[in-house]
Write a protein that binds this ligand. Structure first.
Ligand SMILES: [Zn+2]
Length: 264
């Protein structure tokens, strides 16, 4: 089955992983901008990082017949250093029409602070002005409260529900995201946070309409093959092939195709 990975941090992966992912059916990946494990002190460090994703990762993916796309954003963890954050949010605008950039993200809340909300909203406004799709990151701590505040900010900024993909949902938040009308994502991890088995239980209850699954596969404990693995497990649970395809190909394709540069 052809798979689009809608949220993965390839910078943290080796070239061997690209090969394994290609063998697993992944034909395109979208890499949102992320926290590198160490706060950046200078806005320019973000700009070099954006260039690295746009240029280097696209070339690495191409060797395996895979398309690599990027979402540009200031992650919430680094929104609290407000001086640098303001420079990043202003400076990121010049990257938004690069040939492989297909959205803004991942943005949202981490510790659920006022500074994070200010930077989140500033980037939502850029997304609205440019018409780009947005990848939203739900916080891992105080998730329910963070989700409420995320959805309130999205509504207050009058975001188009079709252009927002709210990721890192769990059993506790999926109903809120889904009922608000946004694309709802579950990011899968081998053991912690959301496992494939837990995601499958959610999918049994909610179906695959406006749903996406991803592996994040960042530098933490993760696995870049969790989406193909979940496809296999879904088929073992008697999900029909057309539903699995909708979840891992049609839905991410529909969402990101709202940016004309997303061509696979
Ligand atoms: Zn991520």
């Amino acid at each position: 089955m052809r798979i689009i990975e809608p949220h993965i941090h390839m910078l943290a992966r080796t070239t061997d992983d690209y090969q394994k992912m290609a063998v697993g059916g992944i034909c395109a990946v979208v890499e949102p901008s992320f926290w590198l494990g160490h706060d950046r002190k200078y806005a320019e460090s973000f700009f070099d990082y954006f260039d690295l994703l746009i240029e280097f990762e696209s070339r690495r993916a191409e060797k395996y017949g895979m398309k690599h796309f990027t979402c540009i954003g200031l992650n919430p963890k680094e929104a609290n250093n407000i001086d640098t954050a303001l420079k990043v949010v202003e400076g990121m605008k010049r990257f938004l029409d690069r040939s492989t950039v297909v959205g803004i993200g991942e943005i949202g809340f981490d510790q659920i602070t006022d500074a994070e909300e200010e930077m989140f909203r500033a980037q939502l406004r850029i997304a609205r002005e440019t018409g780009l799709p947005v990848v939203v990151h739900l916080p891992h701590n105080n998730k329910v409260e963070g989700t409420r505040r995320t959805l309130a900010a999205l509504a207050d900024e009058r975001m188009d529900v079709n252009k927002v993909y709210v990721d890192h949902n769990t059993e506790d938040t999926i109903a809120m995201t889904y009922q608000a009308g946004y694309w709802a994502g579950m990011t899968l991890y081998p053991v912690t946070k959301m496992t494939p088995e837990r995601a499958i239980e959610v999918l049994k209850q909610y179906g695959v309409e406006r749903m996406m699954i991803s592996s994040s596969a960042d530098w933490g404990y993760s696995d870049p093959l969790l989406v193909p693995m979940t496809c296999y497990k879904l088929s073992q649970c008697n999900f029909v092939e057309s539903d699995i395809r909708k979840l891992v190909y049609d839905n991410p394709c529909s969402f990101y195709s709202q940016c004309e540069r997303f061509v696979i």
